[in-house]
Design a protein around this ligand. Structure first.
Ligand code: HEC
Ligand code: HEC
Length: 341
């Protein structure tokens, strides 16, 4: 009797070890832009730019700022208001629902304007997510997954992911329908330039985004096994200019390796294209991946592999990704990001 129990448990351990052996890797640091390297201060403390991060530029609070091609002007406070962030190009998108443009302070926890983090055009930033071009059904599913604690990030120090959960909890079904309608009608257009390179600009992480160093500290450094995604123009990034995208430096050779893995499965997994579509533009419940932030995609792959996305379809991805290494996920993210959305 004792023997049989031991046999059963050893058998169980083998299956367990087989399924989880590769998924045991610690999270890679680069997709979280240093959040895994050192404890991060709280979100509000981060907004005050602590000494170890490059401080956000000190903008004259009364000055009316502008960005190229916009006829509007905003102060620094208006640009970074979570209750009505700057909308530089209202002509680029349909009228925003109130929740997207202004959030809602009267609920607990308060909902911040979606446009603050995802931009009015829904194209997002490497630290958040692009919502433009996602389907209505997928957006609804994800908001319910956040609401029901079925979606979380692997690094709890990523505070904005936890804020996201709070926003979803404060949203009614009507709210979810309204925002899903808005974002699913926005087109996702090219936003990230992917460059294969042995080097990347020297950067420091600020609020989950790598910012190129300037002045005497500027320069390049070996990229090694990382993807470094930086604003194409830091000043535009700081002004939340929704027409100014990002550059992702990816290791030389990663695009070819990623293409092989995504299209053939590399002999170890189901090819991603079977579910996400031949051009990775999404199909059914599988969302589009083409041209999206490689930092975001890699964080999500790691999270899904570690069963942090446990909604209706999240666990399906966990089994697809079970045998991938962090390096496999890096090349997959690089290749997906390089495709035309
Ligand atoms: C403080 C910044 C912030 C604000 C404001 C914000 N989000 Fe998010 N959102 C995030 C982050 C960060 C993620 C990625 C979460 C993760 O780690 O999985 C995210 C992810 C999402 C996703 C999932 C995208 C995908 O591809 O799966 C949806 C949908 C979403 N947000 C909708 C909204 C809506 C609607 C609002 C406004 C009511 C909003 N967000 C406001 C930061 C924000
Ligand atoms: C069996 C079908 C299937 C296969 C194969 C598959 N996926 Fe997915 N994938 C999905 C579904 C369904 C979702 C949506 C999960 C959810 O709703 O939480 C998803 C979600 C994702 C997301 C999250 C996107 C976002 O906006 O948050 C990424 C990234 C992703 N998959 C990458 C990949 C990669 C890379 C591969 C190949 C290595 C792959 N998937 C293979 C079905 C699949």
């Amino acid at each position: 009797m004792k023997k049989r129990i031991a046999g059963v448990s050893i058998g169980f351990l083998c299956v367990w070890a087989n399924t989880y052996a590769l998924a045991d890797e610690a999270p890679p640091m680069w997709p979280w832009a240093a959040a895994t390297q050192a404890p991060k201060p709280s979100y509000s403390a981060m907004a005050q730019a602590p000494a170890e991060q490059p401080p956000a530029p000190e903008l004259d609070t009364a000055a009316q700022l502008d960005v190229a091609e916009s006829k509007h002007h905003f102060t620094a406070a208006q640009i970074s208001s979570r209750q009505a962030p700057a909308d530089w190009f209202p002509e680029d998108h349909p009228a925003m629902p109130d929740l997207v443009a202004k959030g809602r302070e009267s609920v607990q926890p308060p909902i911040w304007a979606c446009a603050f983090c995802h931009l009015p055009n829904g194209k997002g930033r490497p630290d958040t997510a692009a919502l433009a071009g996602l389907t209505y059904e997928y957006i609804v599913q994800q908001l319910y997954d956040f609401k029901n604690d079925l979606r979380e990030t692997s690094d709890k120090r990523k505070v904005d992911s936890q804020l996201m959960t709070g926003f979803a909890k404060s949203m009614s079904h009507e709210d979810i329908k309204t925002v899903a309608t808005y974002f699913s009608t926005l087109p996702y257009t090219p936003w990230i330039k992917v460059i294969e390179s042995n080097t990347a600009p020297k950067t420091a992480a600020r609020d989950g985004v790598y910012i190129p160093l300037t002045g005497l500290e500027a320069g390049t450094e070996p990229l090694s096994n990382r993807i470094i995604e930086v604003p194409a123009n830091t000043e535009d990034f700081d002004k939340r200019n929704p027409r100014s995208g990002f550059i992702a430096y990816v290791p030389v050779g990663s695009l070819e390796k990623g293409e092989n893995l995504i299209r053939t499965g590399g002999g170890k997994i189901t090819p991603c294209t079977i579910c996400h579509g031949d051009d990775l533009r999404g199909a059914g419940p599988a969302p589009p991946l083409a041209g999206r932030s490689p930092s975001y995609l890699a964080r999500q792959m790691y999270d899904m592999q570690h069963r942090k996305r446990a909604g209706l379809f999240g666990l399906q991805m966990a089994s697809v990704l079970a045998d991938l290494t962090n390096d496999d996920m890096l090349v997959a993210a690089a290749y997906a990001a390089s495709l035309q959305p």
